[in-house]
Design a protein around this ligand. Structure first.
Ligand code: SAH
Length: 214
């Protein structure tokens, strides 16, 4: 069981991310910095840098490192950008985003998870994150439009509310499909046109809400 977590993170980047095509040096740098083990229960910390997802309580999971890196890379973030994340979970993906953009707005439907995530943000001093408990399938109208939107739970379609809250130009990444398997879709909005590209086959927990599963 690795106790030198910095070494484990370096290995994760070299063995799981770079060989699978994660090439954005900023994303790789941040994946090497954010202490993923502090976002999971103590008993799972030794597995935090493994090539798999892990349970985070309430029947939910933290995504595999490769998927976090892939989704983050697909957003091509810059320091001035504002990002909306749906599905805060333990807050690990949020933390990765927060080091690459100006501000992250994140929505989680399960209060116990958001309480833990907020604690993680505070103790690690991620100061540019604003979070709330709500149905994120409706987005977060108050702070729209967003330069980038990321959804870390899978619905049957692209929620219309999120498309409307995406800036132009803007980019969104989300899993779309049935409850068993989904496609990871990148949506680029540019001059009123919307272009969709599938980048990976994935399996996420369901997006539960008005514009997700009931
Ligand atoms: N990015 C998270 C992944 C958590 S799993 C992490 O790094 O840990 C996906 C999360 O989406 C779960 O916590 C689940 O409760 C949440 N979720 C599902 N439907 C949602 C909805 N409609 N609004 C907000 N969060 C939702």
């Amino acid at each position: 069981m690795p106790t030198n977590y910095a070494t484990a993170r370096g290995r994760m980047v070299r063995e799981q991310l770079i060989p699978r095509g994660i090439s954005d040096s900023e994303v790789l740098k941040v994946m090497e910095i954010v202490p993923r083990h502090l976002f999971v229960e103590d008993a799972l910390q030794g597995q935090a840098y493994g090539d798999f997802c892990l349970p985070i309580g309430e029947g939910q999971t933290i995504s595999q490192p490769y998927i976090v890196a892939l989704m983050t890379q697909s957003l091509a973030l810059g320091p001035e950008m504002s990002v909306l994340e749906i599905g805060t979970g333990c807050g690990y993906q949020t933390a990765v985003l927060s080091l690459l953009c100006g501000k992250v707005y994140t929505v989680e439907r399960l209060k116990p998870l958001l309480i833990k995530a907020r604690r993680n943000f505070d103790r690690l001093h991620y100061l540019n994150i604003v979070c709330k408990v709500d149905d994120g399938s409706m987005g977060w109208q108050a702070n729209a439009p967003y330069d980038a939107i990321i959804v870390t739970a899978a619905g049957p379609t692209v929620p219309e509310a999120l498309l409307l809250q995406l800036a132009d130009p803007g980019v969104m990444v989300l899993p779309v499909g049935d409850r068993q398997s989904q496609e990871l879709v990148v949506i680029n909005k540019c001059e009123g046109q919307v272009k969709k590209t599938t980048i990976e086959l994935v399996r996420f927990v369901p997006l539960i809400g008005a514009q997700g599963w009931s």
